[in-house]
Design a protein around this ligand. Structure first.
Ligand code: SF4
Ligand code: SF4
Ligand code: SF4
Length: 301
């Protein structure tokens, strides 16, 4: 079942809570008819009920996402908070997989889902004080791998330059640590004994979410600009090739082969761009967060 639709049981509860089923089918209440007359047909047609079903499922995923800390750390095993929220809404993941939210986060999620709170899934990590990344700048070789890994753009630096963490923006997600080739990033606890939501505020979560979305938009923009640059280069090469005069049949055949290769590459690039645009548009429909890869991924703590 695709994410975002929710479990049938959730649909049923949502409809039942809305009163539609009671109003339409209650045997004790032949609401609009004479006593003893046959039960009235359903008041709401199927499309209206389906509309409630769909919007309720989206609302649940949205509500669950809003309860998550937005560090985008992937410790839940999903590629960010939004895919995890959708998996919970779809009944495909339990509400105890988010170490940054800790026990309080689980309590909030289980209340929203109407389930009993569970202990944090130990395979996902432990609840601990929030940390902030710190780079030993004397060791940094400016490879930029940490910048590429940071989901909220909390690292400043450029190729072959020293990098530094913008501590106020760091969510403590740890994602910059594994790619560093010289192991010069440490995670430094900054919240004393406080853990989970006691070490993280809703304002911080909202700010992290906004930065995460802004980064996603920046990456799309950069990819499109790069694709446009490559397409312009290929078109110029094709034009130059067409202007070249061939002096023999062999040369003409070689030019023709090259032209065909470049034209095919241009067409592939065009199709790739089109697919990327469609995928971005699909993600934007009814989705304020990350939906680009809903598959659970294995991540260590
Ligand atoms: S574990 Fe990380 S990515 Fe998953 S929901 Fe929690 S904060 Fe978001
Ligand atoms: S600097 Fe590192 S730990 Fe901090 S948010 Fe970015 S990737 Fe996560
Ligand atoms: S990954 Fe490590 S070495 Fe590379 S830029 Fe970041 S801190 Fe420097």
């Amino acid at each position: 079942m695709p994410f975002g639709w929710g479990r049938p049981s959730h649909w049923f509860c949502a409809i039942a809570k809305s009163g539609i089923i009671r109003a339409a089918h209650s045997p004790q209440r032949p609401a609009r008819g004479f006593a003893g007359s046959p039960p009235s047909p359903p008041i709401f047609p199927l499309p209206a009920i389906l509309a409630v079903v769909v919007s309720s499922a989206h609302t649940l995923a949205d509500r669950l996402e809003a309860l998550l800390p937005q560090t985008q750390c992937t410790k839940c095993g999903f590629n960010g908070c939004r895919p995890y929220a959708e998996a919970m809404a779809g009944g495909e993941a339990a509400c105890n997989r988010c170490p940054p939210g800790g026990a309080e986060g689980i309590r909030r999620l289980s209340a929203a889902l109407g389930t009993e709170p569970l202990p944090l899934d130990a395979e996902r990590g432990v609840e601990q004080p929030r940390a902030v990344a710190r780079i030993d700048e004397s060791l940094c070789i400016g490879c930029t791998l940490c910048i590429q890994a940071c989901p909220v753009d909390a690292i400043a630096g450029a190729a072959k330059q020293m990098h530094t963490i913008i501590a106020d923006l760091c969510t403590g997600c740890d994602l910059c640590v594994p790619p560093c080739p010289v192991d010069c990033i440490d995670m430094v606890p900054v919240t004393g004994e406080r853990t989970g939501w006691a070490a993280w505020t809703q304002e911080q979560a909202d700010a992290a979410h906004a930065r995460y979305l802004a980064r996603k938009q920046r990456l799309v923009r950069e990819r499109e600009e790069n694709d446009a640059r490559l397409a312009a280069k290929a078109a110029a090469k094709l034009q130059a090739l067409q202007a070249e005069a061939a002096e023999s049949d062999a040369e003409r055949a070689a030019q023709e082969r090259k032209r065909a290769i470049i034209q095919a590459a241009i067409e592939r690039a065009r199709q790739k761009q089109q697919a990327a645009r469609s995928s971005t548009a699909a993600q934007d429909i009814g989705n304020t967060g990350d939906n680009n890869n809903d598959k659970p991924k294995q991540s260590g703590q």
